[in-house]
Design a protein around this ligand. Structure first.
Ligand code: F6R
Length: 600
């Protein structure tokens, strides 16, 4: 949610700012801007819309500088126009911000009374003016910044340039993530490591409440009390795979196609990591799993796995509800937090709540070193690699891979499953990458179905048992990238209300693997067909034999019924992708969304 970058260097930093912004544009793409410092003057250039609009402007009116900050915005306060774009600058100070300043209205009134003129509708614009207020009182930049920060309520990661301090770039964080990077050429900052340019080979994550002052060759970290602290950068190497789409039209398509590899890698790593976790799985009396969006659907699948395979009761919650409902957590329980980005504000707040309640915290994240990983007692990293498409695909199946292994290990530790069943499931898991490739091999069939949705305005997904979360995920994928209205339902729930939505021709995707609930799912299919709905069944080789004649279907490979969510994920991703492609949306950067949701 909003991406910030900054750089102070021995060379021109403008290309670095643009490269960094390009790498984190998935965090928001409502507008983009940079501010640079030259001869004691701040120059701010910003444009509404995607980064390419800013890049075009800069190609017509080139800028260069040794110090600058940049921003790519996901609008919270104020429309996504040029005036509200960051950086927000006055004569002396320029600021980029990720987060929300909750008391901005009070500050705005105060600063207006002090004579400051506001240009934008944003919460952020109070920050440069507040700093200027203290500069005008004769304080040096660092102190003016310190005092200004004390007046802010809410969450922020900021980068700050001072007109009269050409040798430094300032940064601070509270609630929103911020990372510093260093190369032989200079220092930089970013919302995450993707923002750091390819020359960066050392990084340091700012902790909660910390500030940093960067010069070309040195950096200084200041703690929440304003005291300098010593901390070293850590060696870092870029995951460069994400930078190119290869032969794919969109990152999302590339990422869908990477899943056989990412699942294999994730199984391999998790297999080694899980037995080393210092968690007594035998004594667990309850697990609570918390996440948002697609990661929450991974939690829903995991509930079935832990309860069926490991016989442990599991509570699941979306993080934004969990954190405010005073959940009762078992003293001997384990709380698991799932997040691709590792930065989702709601999930992080829920994690902190559970930690305060004395829970053991295990996180499953895709981004190493992310805040959620760092604040957990134990963290397992999915091996999906950087996910650039805003809609989660390979990170979701990698989360499922970790959770499947974790449930299997838990079941084994608790003697909840027989040795032969455990070995059978392990064997089945090892076949999944091959089955994923077989599913990708029939992409043309998903394409035909996906394209046929172009003419529709509604679509539904239904499934039972472990396929229910996948029905929800299918609907989410479709609505977020194609903007079609889509809903997912437990197939048995249709008759309790949603069936009223079925009218002739409305597409209803029926997730029907051959599991113990197949017959019941097929009855629900009949109910939809009886009302003229257009059923499209996602079946497997065994279940497709039981389908009514002439129903549209796509056949997926057979696999252990407990593992079908991983294969059906590929299916619903491909349907959504091809629907969106036919409709002509911006698949990788769908409207109104951002990849890393760092505000509440
Ligand atoms: C949907 C999607 C979102 C995320 C959600 C949580 O395709 O990507 O629903 O799953 O915002 O994000 P993370 O997993 O980063 O916490």
């Amino acid at each position: 949610m909003c991406g910030i970058v900054g750089s102070i260097n021995h060379y021109d930093i403008v290309p670095d700012l643009l490269e960094g912004l390009g790498n984190i544009e998935y965090r928001g793409y409502d507008s983009a801007g940079i501010a640079v410092l030259n001869n004691n003057e701040l120059t701010t250039i910003k444009r509404s819309g995607k980064l390419r609009n800013l890049a075009q402007e800069l190609s017509l009116k080139p800028l260069s500088s040794h110090a600058g900050i940049g921003h790519t915005r996901w609008a919270t306060h104020g429309k996504p126009n040029e005036t509200n774009a960051h950086p927000h600058s006055n004569h002396d100070v320029s600021v980029v911000h990720n987060g929300i300043i909750e008391n901005y209205l009070d500050l705005r009134n105060w600063l207006t009374a002090e004579g400051f003129r506001f240009q934008s509708d944003t919460d952020t614009e109070v920050i440069p003016h507040l700093i200027s207020l203290f500069l005008e009182q004769g304080l040096p930049p660092q102190e003016a910044l310190n005092i200004a920060l004390k007046h802010l309520d809410g969450a922020f990661a900021i980068g700050v340039l001072f007109r009269r301090d050409a040798e430094h770039l300032y940064a601070a964080r509270r609630g929103s993530p911020l990372v510093l990077g260093q190369s032989d050429l200079g220092l930089c900052l970013g919302s995450d490591t993707m923002a750091l340019t390819s020359s960066v080979d050392r990084v340091l994550y700012l902790e909660e409440g910390e500030q940093a002052r960067l010069s070309r060759d040195h950096f200084c970290i200041i703690d929440a009390n304003g005291q300098p602290i010593k901390r070293e950068m850590k060696l870092f190497s870029h995951q460069i795979d994400s930078q190119s789409k290869q032969s794919h039209q969109f990152y999302m398509h590339k990422e869908i196609h990477q899943q056989a590899d990412t699942i294999r890698e994730t199984f391999y790593h998790t297999q080694r990591q899980v037995p080393e976790l210092p968690i007594n799985f035998k004594q667990l009396d309850r697990i609570s799993i918390v996440a948002c969006g697609t990661s929450y659907y991974a939690a829903m699948v995991a509930k079935y796995w832990f309860e069926q395979i490991a016989k442990v009761p599991v509570d699941i919650d979306v993080a934004s509800e969990f954190r405010y409902r005073d959940p009762l957590l078992s003293p001997h329980g384990l709380s698991i937090f799932i997040s691709q980005s590792g930065e989702t504000a709601d999930t992080l707040a829920a994690l902190r709540y559970a930690k305060n309640q004395g829970q053991k915290i295990l996180s499953i994240v895709n981004v190493a070193g992310s805040t959620i990983a760092r604040e957990s007692h134990f963290s397992l990293q999915t091996q999906a690699g950087p996910e650039v498409g805003v809609a989660s695909t390979k990170a979701f199946t990698a989360q499922l891979a970790v959770l499947a292994k974790l449930a299997l290990h838990t079941g084994h530790s608790r003697n909840a499953m027989s040795f032969s069943d455990a070995s059978h499931l392990m064997q089945e898991i090892s076949t999944l990458p091959g089955l994923i490739n077989m599913t990708l091999g029939v992409e043309d069939q998903f394409k035909t179905i996906g394209e046929s949705l172009k003419a529709c305005s509604n679509a539904f997904f239904i499934g039972r048992g472990i396929s229910y979360p996948l029905a929800l995920e299918g609907a989410l994928k479709l609505k977020e990238i194609s903007y079609l209205h889509a809903e997912g339902f437990g197939a048995g729930e249709l008759k309790h209300g949603p069936i009223a939505l079925i009218e002739p021709g409305v597409p209803v995707f029926v997730l029907a693997p051959s599991d113990s609930l197949l017959e019941k799912t097929l009855s629900n299919l009949e109910e939809v067909m009886a009302r003229g709905g257009r059923c499209i069944v996602l079946a497997d080789q065994r279940s497709c034999r039981h389908l009514p004649e002439n129903v549209e279907s796509i056949t997926l490979p057979d696999c252990d019924s407990r593992l079908t969510p991983i294969l059906y994920a590929i299916a619903v991703q491909l349907i959504a992708y091809h629907a969106a492609l036919a409709i002509g949306t911006d698949v990788d950067q769908p409207r109104n969304l951002a990849k890393s949701v760092t505000v509440e």
